[in-house]
Design a protein around this ligand. Structure first.
Ligand code: PRP
Ligand code: ADE
Length: 179
């Protein structure tokens, strides 16, 4: 029986125990990017969904840093622009910012104030949802500028950390490929 896309992708995610801190099972997506066949299956899974008329965004926003790798390629394929949501201190122009808690530590993210326009429909992309704090912070930044986040997309959801449930309860539709 042929593997589903989800199973195929799952087989190329590497788990590294106790990294970057004891007790964390780090889900490493670099093997997905490294193999050109797997990388194409991965990107196409997102592109096919968001090419659809009803789901096609005006802009793709990617979360620092692994969301940049996916988001830029998906935006290019959809023929829409890409905007980076960066860790604090990296963006040169005027920004809005949001601080949040992570599975390990806390962080502040920033977005250029002219990155999106009021009314823009934005697809928010990252590699993984753990506590959901990063994606929620990204959504808040985009909404501060008057944009609407139509969906949050990620390769991996870690449902036991409760992030995806909290995000959905907070009104964000999610699309993830591997639990
Ligand atoms: C990881 C991951 C997500 C975030 C998910 O990034 O790439 O962005 O954590 O966790 P959350 O759902 O609990 O917010 P990390 O902070 O390790 O940064 P990096 O991409 O720069 O390595
Ligand atoms: N970001 C937060 N938690 C993570 C995990 N367990 N694996 C990979 N990235 C993460």
């Amino acid at each position: 029986q042929p593997l589903s896309v989800n199973e195929y992708l799952r087989q190329h995610i590497r788990t590294v125990p106790d990294w970057p801190a004891p007790g964390v099972q780090f889900r490493d997506i670099t093997p997905l990017l490294q193999d050109p066949k797997v990388f194409r299956v991965l990107i196409d899974a997102f592109v096919h969904r968001y090419m659809d008329r009803a789901l096609r965004p005006d802009v793709v926003a990617g979360l620092d840093a692994r969301g940049f790798i996916l988001g830029a390629v998906v935006a290019y394929e959809l023929n829409v622009g890409f905007v980076p949501i960066r860790k604090k201190g990296k963006l040169p122009f005027t920004t809005v910012e949001e601080t949040y808690e992570l599975e390990y530590g806390s962080a502040t993210v920033e977005l250029h104030t002219d990155a999106v326009k009021a009314g823009d429909r934005v697809l928010l992309i990252d590699d993984l949802i753990a506590t959901g704090g990063t994606m929620m912070a990204g959504k808040k930044l985009l909404e501060k500028l008057g944009a609407t986040v139509t969906e949050g997309a990620a390769i991996v959801d870690l449902p036991e950390l409760g992030g995806s449930q909290r995000l959905r309860e907070g009104g964000l539709a999610l699309y993830t490929l591997v639990d």
